[in-house]
Design a protein around this ligand. Structure first.
Ligand code: AMP
Length: 553
């Protein structure tokens, strides 16, 4: 059987050649500046920036970050929602040859500190409202400078749905981003010579065991995913890309931001995702392409006033990061006339690498009722392997393994984790899969404990650790429970120490101070005992697949 049989399913415009890449994102951007300086690069409510304006602002910002001591190879945290300052900071850091460490602004305390400590970040860019907690959390860390910015900047409309409670706050000790741009305007830093192996993004992912791992998404990785995906979705100069996925997640970074910035499209940003704001932006900016989690599309579906007109300018719509029930796609198409194409990717593959070809419809695996995630994109080697790491035949189940220019070379300063997850350059995804005779891939089994809530990944261990910090807690098991809206929700089973008492609500509130909101359990069940194996290991799967509290006992 032809190893790359899926190429027969490629649309005409797509060839199997490895996507042509520039040496670095900085170089790709410079070429765009030469190509179309007066085209629009960024849109944010009523604010807009041309390519030249974004270039000049990011030159100034690069000079500012450099004056704070930032050099080639340094890591700098971006701890922001989807606002223009995120994209400008990307450009500024890449011009300096620095690595953008993308950080979820919902992270608090230890969640944030752990990633800063592991990466050794030298600076951080955050919202002005977050300055007090960032300063406290990062005191004594490797971070030498903090620059803040207001989400009110770069627009004047102040949409009350988004900015109702937002006020400008005092800037961080090393300055306000807009002021720095003005102060350094006209300064141009000399960019270092970058290679495709320089690290553009550091994106953290957790795991069943051990500390979080930073995937090193190189310039080569990011460029090849962006170029491959731009062709896949038929992106054309002048198109508008709506950033539905958060830019602090690999999908938002690469196939919302980079794809638009490097492929002559406008990047449309509206802060944190709000469905009613998103559909207005679709119309206002004539959005042609977007990608987001299926929960975001569900949120749009739930708006009574959302209509076909909101989607009139869309040419391609993709959703990734979590399983999509086939019925969700159908009802979305019936109501809006839009077919949502499935796409699969991981932090370690620099986002989407297996996707449904534009215009095709994903088949459904009869046995499991699972919608196909698509076919491998150009340049990607994909196979399904058994426990002995040998490829299995079409229709046989195993673990999905991937290799190619999209796959990261490894984890930041974790050679052992790299060697065990990516032996011989083959990334073992932890996703149980089958590939059919034509090359369509289906995820059919969960080999990892990960909970997937609205596309956000939650590792039970982290939630369990947060609950173990409560003095009344004896044992905990955290599982994902199927949920129509989010895909899965976080549920905890807790047994208390003898003689201790704690209310379920109190335990949930306890996690709120320690974890980002999406990781906090929505339900806690107090149980006398947790189901265990003969060796005393807690059996999460019994709780997950069982009928609720006390299952398996
Ligand atoms: P992340 O590293 O956060 O992007 O998470 C990657 C994981 O998300 C994959 O290993 C899958 O388990 C899951 N995933 C990504 N895309 C899809 C999809 N289209 N359908 C089902 N699961 C997905």
């Amino acid at each position: 059987m032809n190893e790359r049989r899926w190429t027969a399913l490629y649309p005409q415009a797509v060839t199997d050649a490895r996507p042509v890449s520039h040496t670095s994102l900085a170089e790709a951007w410079r070429e765009r500046v030469r190509r179309e300086p007066d085209a629009r690069a960024l849109a944010y409510f009523d604010g807009a920036m041309t390519v030249r304006e974004a270039d000049e602002a990011s030159d100034a910002l690069a000079a500012a970050y450099r004056s704070l001591g930032t050099r080639h190879g340094d890591r700098v945290g971006i701890y922001l929602q989807n606002i223009p300052q995120f994209a400008l900071s990307f450009l500024a850091l890449w011009k300096l040859g620095a690595t953008a460490l993308v950080l979820n602004p919902m992270y608090r305390g230890q969640e944030l500190r752990r990633l800063i400590d592991d990466s050794g970040a030298v600076g951080i860019v955050c919202a002005d409202a977050d300055v007090p907690q960032v300063s406290e959390t990062l005191s004594g860390s490797s971070v030498r400078w903090t620059v803040s910015t207001s989400p009110l900047a770069f627009q004047t409309r102040d949409d009350p749905r988004v900015f109702g409670e937002t006020e400008r706050k005092a800037p961080a000790s090393h300055g306000d981003l807009e002021e720095l741009i003005e102060r350094f305007r006209g300064d141009v830093v000399e960019s270092p010579e970058l290679t495709p192996d320089d690290v553009a993004l550091l994106t953290y992912t957790s795991g069943t065991t051990g500390p979080p791992k930073g995937a090193m998404n190189t310039h080569g990785n990011v460029l090849s995913v962006a170029a491959g995906f731009a062709t896949w979705v038929g992106l054309r100069p002048g198109d508008a890309v709506y950033a539905m996925a958060p830019l602090f997640h690999i999908t938002g970074s690469v196939i919302n931001a980079v794809i638009a910035m490097m492929h002559d499209a406008v990047l449309v940003l509206t802060g944190r995702f709000r469905p009613e704001v998103a559909i207005d932006a679709f119309v206002e900016h004539q959005v042609t392409f977007t990608i987001g989690s299926i929960t975001a599309f569900n949120a749009i579906y739930q708006l009574p006033h959302a209509s076909r007109e909101h989607f009139a300018s869309m040419k391609s719509v993709y959703s990734g990061g979590a399983p999509i029930p086939p019925s969700t796609i159908e009802r979305f198409r019936e109501r809006f006339g839009v077919y949502i194409h499935n796409v699969y990717g991981m932090t370690e593959t620099s986002s989407g690498v297996i996707a449904v070809p534009l215009g095709a419809e994903a088949p459904v695996d009869e046995a499991s009722g699972t919608l196909s995630i698509g076919v491998p994109l150009p340049g990607l080697d994909a196979r399904v392997v058994n426990a002995a790491d040998e490829p299995v035949g079409p229709g046989e189940q195993g673990e999905l393994a991937l290799r190619g220019p999209q796959v990261v070379p490894g984890y930041w300063r974790k050679p052992e984790a790299t060697a065990s997850t990516m032996p011989g350059g083959w990334l073992h995804t932890g996703d149980g899969a089958i590939m059919d005779a034509a090359g369509w891939v289906y995820l059919v089994d969960r080999l990892k404990d990960q909970i997937n809530t609205s596309g956000y990944k939650v590792w039970p261990r982290e939630v369990e650790d947060a609950l173990y910090a409560h003095p009344a807690v004896h044992e905990v098991a955290v599982v994902g429970r199927p949920d129509d809206y989010r895909g899965e929700t976080v549920v905890a089973y807790v047994s208390l120490k003898a003689g201790e008492s704690a209310e379920e609500k109190e335990l949930i509130a306890f996690t709120r101070g320690r974890l980002a909101a999406y990781k906090c359990p929505r339900e806690i069940h107090l149980v006398p005992d947790l189901p265990k194996t003969q060796t005393g290991k807690i059996r999460r799967n019994v709780l997950r697949d069982g009928d609720g509290p006390g299952a398996g006992q």
